[in-house]
Design a protein around this ligand. Structure first.
Ligand code: ATP
Ligand code: HSE
Length: 298
């Protein structure tokens, strides 16, 4: 028996659509143990307690990639990451399943191999890269091979998430985006994405404020998130940038002033008493494998 713990992730950081992602201190833990045959799933959302479960689908994919027969498996799921809220729940499932198959057969695959497999399943690398490596990752694909840049996020940054009580599927949020953009728009977005990474790494407040002005998806997706305008306006009054986390519906606030961010959290809870609003820290390591009672370093 072993456990795989995978962090939640916030993709895009507004301006880094399908490229950037940040690992956060919220997680899913899956306990893998032998089962007579097929799959038994306990814990987690009852909707997912069947063989279509994405963790199990990724486990099967991992076994296939390793050229191994799929063993009978019991998956016991403990999940803090809400589904379809822009916090990388699908990426966490995929990484847990692939890492579980890898551990089952003696860990022959490196983390970069898992990233290649996970990206093929998820369709884009921005959530799965930080779920695998932790911290802030920017990933490009070169002929289906991921190339990842890792950024050490400056310790001055503090993060809060505002999680609405309504889901928004990634498929729905992608469907509202235009299919083309101009050179001028591409240039705007490339510049903002590059400077956002630099600002997060350096702890540069003015640069982050300037860089986190997304024009590629926020204008189209904002209308899908009831309450987005209120939360964005609250951030503006406190000088705190707010971006859509992943495909939404969660919003991510970033500040170098912990007390001001706490005021944002308090006010957001008053604005939306039924939503989950919390301060999170950066996950440093990506997914972890735990044997019995001790964590093993890979
Ligand atoms: N605990 C879970 N167990 C099994 N499957 C899950 C679980 N959580 C999420 N999923 C799967 O992931 C899907 C949600 O993925 P989707 O890409 O829409 O949102 P997300 O990954 O939470 O958000 P984003 O990609 O924007 O960060 C669910 O419909 C379900 O198929
Ligand atoms: N980059 C993705 C993240 C969600 O999976 C999107 O914005 O659609």
């Amino acid at each position: 028996m072993f456990k795989i713990t995978v962090p939640a992730t916030s993709a895009n950081l507004g301006v880094g659509y399908d490229v950037m992602g940040l690992a956060l201190s919220m997680s899913m833990t899956v306990t893998f143990s032998a089962h007579a045959s097929g799959v038994l799933i306990t814990g987690g959302d009852p909707r997912f307690q069947n063989a279509d479960n994405l963790i199990y689908q990724a486990f099967v994919r991992g076994c296939e990639a390793l050229d191994q027969p799929v063993p009978g498996v019991h998956l016991d799921v403990a999940c803090e990451i809400p589904a379809a809220r822009g916090l990388g729940s699908s990426a966490a499932c995929i990484v847990a399943g692939l890492a579980g198959a890898n551990r089952w057969f003696g860990q022959p695959l490196e983390r970069l191999d898992l990233l290649r497999l996970a990206t093929a399943m998820e369709g884009h690398p921005d959530n799965v890269a930080p779920a695998i490596f932790g911290q802030l990752a920017a990933t490009i694909m070169v002929d289906a091979e991921p190339v990842v840049a890792h950024y050490q996020v400056h310790s001055s940054w503090h993060f809060a998430v505002v999680i609405p009580d309504t889901p928004l599927s990634t498929a729905e949020a992608r469907a509202v985006l235009p299919t083309q953009m101009s050179y001028a728009q591409a240039s705007y977005q490339m510049g903002h994405c590059t400077l956002a990474c630099t600002a997060l790494e350096r702890g540069d407040k003015a640069m982050l404020q300037a860089a986190l002005q997304d024009k590629m998806q926020e204008p189209y997706r904002a209308k899908l998130i009831a309450g987005f305008a209120d939360v964005k306006a609250l951030g503006a009054t406190l000088n705190i940038p707010v971006v859509i986390s992943g495909a939404g519906s969660t919003m991510l606030a970033i500040s170098a002033d912990a007390k001001r961010l706490q005021r944002f959290v308090t006010q957001a809870r008053i604005q939306h008493p039924h939503w989950q609003v919390q301060v999170l820290t950066i996950d440093q390591q990506g997914f972890q494998v735990q044997e019995a009672s001790r964590a093993i370093a890979e």
